[in-house]
Design a protein around this ligand. Structure first.
Ligand code: ADP
Ligand code: MG
Length: 693
């Protein structure tokens, strides 16, 4: 049993030659080798297996009739169009083409017998079809439903069907599952499932086919999830075979000094996750741990403890944050915590002057910089670490898969024949729902901070219509008079970044005017870095009362004295985003308020979102609802990578299949490694690197 090779020629090729337009279109769909075509499965089907008497067709449904053309003419009113009437023994039907070729006109010449297929509509003079498909009458009817495949511009269903049918003949459809496993989970043989899905017989329940409840679909989903589980398990095993420097630290002396210097006591949850990370770091294979904790739970200090342990083991540490503002804030905190303990902290972002950048890069290369804080600038080619032992990614879901890989590669070094891989800690406030964790992060250990620092009271969330803007303004004034600070988040303008900036600038001008006597600041992504820093610093120092901001402040920003947040056009933001934004307040001990301003009328989805924000402050619950509304992409941070994770199975509805697949993956790897390899080859070609991160 073998899954036929990646070297096989593309099915379309014989007919059209290499590099043909058809081949390029097929490639665009990811269709190259027979196995690709095999699992390019239909979106839906058309039933062309029988002929309906014209009398029995009804509007709103597709139908196929055979009839004789009794009239055919080009009409000019109300516009140029081809109109034909066909008739069978039971009735007549009008056909209409608003655009047509001479060829089509010939197809429906009076007297011809034609097979007509299309959607029936109620017309003025009876039933009609617009732009029906015409073929010659009397040819054999297909025995199976006609598949309709996902396609791309300029690739017709007919060509795609032909290419797929050719590939089905050529491809190896042998089963990658041993009969024993197939029987246990009552799975349909692979070849049978594939044939059913490409050419289902008309007596199969259409809804089973479309809603993917048919056993043929179950088999495909199982296979897909199985492949994912096998490769995750393989990645895990491979990681345990990899080597990393064991960073045991200095018997906790540096961490203890850090603990003693803090103005607060760590929560029990923080102490627990610090211990988990500490024990991972002491291992000689790389840590791959995700630290989850809701906004404000205190992840940054946990990162500092991990860094302290690594540094006291003579390793360098890199912390990468997704925005400059966040990187800068981390830098300041880490300097305050760690420099008094004798640690050298460097910082590197894209906006440093070339002199400062050169100095930073040198300090990184020489090893003088023990801790480096920065943005994506850390993964530029020019940056070389001297001995990078630990990589920390804050707000990891913000990074693309490639970026995560790149930073950890910076630390790869060879010792003898073995590569040394840095330990990796990712941090995120976005909780991963259980099914998602199981299916995608099986190779990730997870630590959770499930408690907030003491003394925080939950943020009060208010939904306020745009029409009550004046009330909101007076609320801002009152808060500022009491000595607190506020954020004003400008509306998201999806279509254009320029427009978004303009909105921010306008909002700032209007608010500054309306709130004279108040110190109103502005920060947005396009501000020069130095200015951005200055504004954030002023806000932190209390020299700005109201900070007008775009979503640049969405993640990580930590100014405990800010206790009021206004979000304009809250209906335009996603749930996770709103939760992150709201997390910027409620960081101090005073009662905080988040005002979600919205413009009526609200769409149903927006209403649901705002209600969710009002009803709960629990990040897990919000993530669950977000998943419901938006699907898994956001959680996985795959937006930038464009990788499809699951094509057929759904993590919402196929949790049970996923569990079976996880179990079967273990068995396959232990008892049937040959099968496991073939299975991966069929399902996971070219995706290995992706799974590594
Ligand atoms: P997040 O988990 O959202 O990244 P931060 O690390 O920014 O949270 O921490 C939020 C705030 O709480 C910071 O001002 C931090 O200094 C403070 N903090 C962290 N841990 C504690 C603690 N145990 N007690 C009191 N304050 C803490
Ligand atoms: Mg944070």
């Amino acid at each position: 049993m073998a899954v036929s090779g990646t070297k096989a020629r593309a099915p379309g090729q014989a007919a059209t030659g290499p590099g043909s337009l058809l081949e390029r279109k097929l490639l665009h769909l990811g269709l190259r080798d027979p196995v690709d075509f095999v699992v390019h499965l239909p979106l839906r089907y058309e039933d062309e297996t029988h002929i309906t008497p014209i009398m029995s067709v009804y509007p709103g449904a597709p139908a196929q009739v055979e009839a004789e053309v009794i009239r055919s003419e080009v009409q000019f009113r109300p516009r140029r169009q081809l109109v034909a009437v066909v008739e069978d023994d039971t009735g007549s039907l009008l056909l209409r083409w608003l655009n047509f070729y001479p060829n089509q006109q010939k197809q429906v010449a009076v007297g011809k017998r034609v097979r007509v297929r299309g959607e029936v509509r109620a017309g003025f003079g009876g039933h009609e079809m617009v732009h029906p498909k015409i073929t010659v009458a009397g040819t054999a009817l297909p025995q199976a439903l006609t598949p309709v495949y996902p396609t791309t511009d300029g690739l017709s269903q007919a060509s795609l069907r032909k290419a797929i049918d050719q590939a089905l003949v050529r491809a190896d459809l042998s089963d990658t599952l041993p009969p024993e496993i197939r029987d246990r989970y009552k799975l349909m043989p692979f070849d049978q499932a594939i044939r059913v899905l490409h050419h289902p017989s008309p007596d199969i329940s259409y809804s089973d086919l479309i809603e993917r409840g048919h056993p043929a679909w179950t088999r495909i989903k199982f296979d897909e999830l199985l492949a994912q589980q096998i490769s995750l398990a393989a990645a895990r095993a491979a990681r345990r075979r990899q080597r990393a420097r064991a960073l045991e630290g200095d018997h906790g002396r540096l961490p203890d000094a850090l603990r003693a210097s803090l103005p607060f006591t760590l929560t029990a949850a923080q102490e627990r996750v610090i211990a988990e990370i500490s024990s991972d770091l002491s291992c000689s294979f790389p840590m791959h741990r995700l630290l989850q904790g809701d906004v404000g739970s205190g992840k940054t200090i946990v990162a500092a403890f991990a860094a302290a342990q690594a540094i006291s083991s003579q390793s360098q540490v890199a912390i990468m944050a997704p925005t400059e503002i966040l990187a800068e804030q981390h830098f300041q905190k880490l300097v305050a915590w760690l420099e008094p303990l004798g640690i050298t902290v460097a910082w590197l972002t894209g906006s440093l002057s070339s002199k400062a950048r050169k100095a930073a890069i040198e300090a990184i290369e020489s090893g003088q910089a023990q801790l480096v804080v920065g943005t994506q600038a850390l993964i530029q080619d020019k940056v070389n670490f001297s001995n990078l032992g630990l990589v920390i990614l804050d707000e990891q879901h913000r990074f693309g898969v490639g970026q995560r890989l790149d930073l950890s590669r910076k630390g790869e070094e060879s010792e003898g024949s073995l590569a040394m891989i840095p330990h990796q800690l990712s941090m995120s406030a976005t909780p991963i729902p259980r099914t998602l964790a199981m299916t995608f992060f099986a190779d990730l250990d997870v630590s959770v901070i499930d408690e907030l620092p003491p003394g925080r009271s939950p943020v009060l969330t208010k939904l306020v219509s745009d029409a009550r803007r004046d009330e909101v303004l007076s609320h801002v004034v009152a808060e500022v008079r009491r000595g607190s600070q506020a954020y004003w988040v400008c509306p998201l303008v999806e279509e254009s970044e320029a427009l978004q900036l303009q909105t921010a600038v306008d909002t700032h001008a209007r608010l500054a005017l309306a709130l004279s006597g108040m110190r109103v600041g502005l920060v947005h992504g396009r501000l020069p870095a130095a200015e951005k820093q200055q504004v954030m610093q002023d806000f932190r120092a209390g020299a700005i009362d109201l900070l007008v901001a775009t979503t640049v402040i969405e993640v990580g920003v930590d100014v405990p004295n800010a206790s009021l947040m206004i979000i304009e056009h809250a209906e335009r933001f996603g749930l996770a985003q709103l939760h992150q934004l709201r997390g910027r307040v409620g960081r101090g001990s005073q009662q905080s308020v988040c005002v979600l301003m919205y413009q009526s009328p609200l769409s149903a989805v927006a209403r649901q979102r705002l209600r969710a924000m009002y009803e709960t402050a629990d990040g897990f619950e919000i993530a669950r609802r977000d998943l419901e509304q938006r699907g898994p992409g956001e959680f996985l941070g795959v937006r930038q990578s464009g990788q499809e994770l699951l094509r057929f199975a759904s993590i919402d509805t196929d949790a049970m299949i996923a569990e079976q697949a996880q179990e079967a993956a273990r068995e396959l790897r232990d008892r049937f490694p040959g099968h496991a390899r073939c299975h991966l080859e069929r399902w996971m070609r070219g995706k290995q690197d992706f799974l590594r991160s």
